[in-house]
Design a binder for this molecule. Structure first.
Ligand code: ATP
Ligand code: MG
Length: 508
């Protein structure tokens, strides 16, 4: 629902919307106490269909309880998981700044991040990940979604990991679904293959992040999600010392160790990485990162209310780092912030949770555009608006009256594609699409001599297997025999009920 801000939410005053992710919307809020006590916090309001889902709530609250036990300067503190008026919320420390995804987008746009700054960011993440508990042991809590959108950077240059452990609440185990969630390009091979994971999955993600920041390019740059999954699954990449030859040997070795395909070949924790980075830390890096975060940060509506000249053009970007020029930025951003809620983002093909805009108004907006949030039951469907890709549900679409009528198509594995017409003028700001499941069939699969069978990026089992509940239609399965080094991907046509067995000769 789009409601005007600020607004009350229990004992909180929601001041500004900071962003939206796979679980809900994040707000800057104030806790108002007696004697004019005020405290700024971040509140994540959980999507209504998740707030109603008992198994999700149970797992989410369990993860939030664990996350609340983590106290570290480089981890966003979790204060509370609660419920107000049927809406679940997660109360967190507010990080005034931006996230690493925004910074990386800028690097990809041409600005190069200085190596000392990249090393400092990585050092902070590695240090937080290898933190010890009060008893001196490494705490084995898995983040499971260690990717740039969950690394927050404050205007003072602090680096803080957000959403520790919380991603787990959205896994298939919790929701009972079969969809593959998360950002494949930052997952580990065992995670994309659907095998069992432990804390070493995060070490691989850290390696991916490190590579990306230091080489200036992603180690697994697939043009489609499937390409990315294939590359991640084999950890196939150009070694860092080849991609960026002048990088210090100890650092590139530490990154390569993290990117080992087998968890057993990775270090036991991120302490070695933190140690390798320590000699290369630069005292000015934090300040320079803070300046960069200040430039990228969106000012809140509250800050903008004091401004009266909102129509200056956006200046050309200067090279990193730029001295903080807060006032100019405030004015530049006024135009965006006085218009409806969210700056549209371009979806990344390997990124399943980004909020999408169907129209390409990335730098300006006509005044009468409206926003509509599309929710599918279940979530995770690929959306198209008037034939253009519009990200995954739940997503907030920007509707341009010039493009009316608005037909949104939702496509999700195992469900019939659905096409709905949106009616933004009717007061509807949220549109729910109920997906209808396809009929299913079972297919016995065998291989000579044997193979592991994968479907949708998940390991099903070693042959012989019976693939149960496959939605009817054409499906792709992969058979892999690691000993013979053979991979076979084949298309099978699934009919409703029992299907003829499929036999695959791995040697052919
Ligand atoms: N504690 C916080 N302080 C300040 N900003 C935050 C905080 N937590 C999140 N944000 C902002 O809100 C945005 C949305 O966060 P959210 O965690 O909901 O989505 P996400 O990280 O993009 O995806 P995911 O749901 O997979 O974590 C973030 O990108 C960040 O900019
Ligand atoms: Mg997040």
């Amino acid at each position: 629902m789009h409601q005007t801000l600020p607004r009350e939410f229990g004992r909180f005053k929601l001041i500004d919307k900071l962003g939206m992710g796979g679980m809900g919307e994040v707000y800057l809020a104030k806790i108002i106490g007696p004697d004019r006590f005020e405290r700024e916090v971040a509140v994540k309001l959980i999507l209504s269909h998740l707030s109603r889902d008992g198994s999700f709530r149970e797992l989410f609250s369990q993860e939030a309880r664990l996350a609340a036990t983590l106290h570290h300067p480089n981890i966003v503190s979790v204060y509370e998981y609660g419920r107000i008026d049927d809406t679940d919320f997660l109360l967190m420390e507010y990080v005034n700044g931006t996230d690493l995804r925004t910074i990386i987008k800028r690097i990809e746009g041409g600005d190069q991040m200085p190596e000392e700054v990249a090393l400092m960011i990585l050092h902070r993440i590695a240090r937080a990940h290898s933190r010890k508990t009060a008893s001196g042991n490494y705490s084995g809590i898995i983040h499971q979604d260690l990717s740039p959108h969950n690394i927050l950077i404050s205007t003072a240059g602090e680096v803080k990991i957000a959403d520790f452990g919380i991603a787990r609440a959205l896994t298939d185990e919790a929701t009972g679904g079969t969809t593959f969630r998360g950002k494949a390009s930052y997952m580990s091979p065992e995670q994309v293959d659907g095998r069992e994971i432990d804390h070493r999955t995060d070490l691989f993600s850290l390696g991916t992040l490190a590579y990306q920041l230091l080489a200036g390019k992603h180690p697994f740059p697939g043009s489609t999600r499937e390409d990315t999954i294939r590359a991640v699954s084999k950890a196939e990449h150009i070694p860092l010392h080849e991609a960026r030859p002048h990088i210090q040997q100890a650092v590139s070795d530490a990154v390569e160790d993290l990117l080992a395909v087998l968890p057993d070949d990775r270090p036991e924790n991120a302490a070695a990485m933190a140690e390798a980075l320590e000699p290369h830390l630069d005292a000015t890096a934090e300040r320079r990162l803070g300046e960069f975060a200040s430039e990228e940060r969106k000012p809140s509506r509250r800050e903008l209310t004091s401004l009266t000249a909102p129509t200056l053009a956006r200046p050309a970007r200067t090279k990193f780092p730029l001295a903080a020029s807060g006032l100019i930025l405030l004015i530049v951003f006024t135009l965006f912030m006085l218009l409806p809620d969210r700056t549209p983002e371009k979806p990344d093909p390997a990124d399943s949770k980004m909020v999408a805009s169907a129209s390409d108004h990335s730098t300006s907006r006509a005044p009468n555009l409206s926003n509509m949030r599309i929710i599918t039951e279940p979530p995770g469907a690929n959306l198209m608006l008037n034939g253009k890709p519009a990200g995954k549900s739940p997503a907030e679409l920007t509707l341009d009256p010039a493009e009316e009528p608005f037909d949104v198509r939702a496509q999700l594995y195992g469900y019939k594609p659905a096409v709905n017409r949106l009616k933004p003028g009717s007061g509807e700001s949220e549109h729910i699409i109920q997906m209808i499941p396809l009929p299913v069939g079972s297919v016995p699969v065998n291989a000579v001599p044997w193979a592991r069978v994968y479907h949708n990026g998940k390991l099903i089992d070693t042959t012989p297997v019976v693939l149960e509940n496959l939605p009817v239609g054409e499906r792709e399965i992969t058979l892999r025999n690691e000993i013979l080094g053979i991979d076979k991907t084949l298309k099978i046509t699934v009919l409703e009920g029992k299907n003829e067995p499929v036999l695959v000769r791995m040697g052919d």
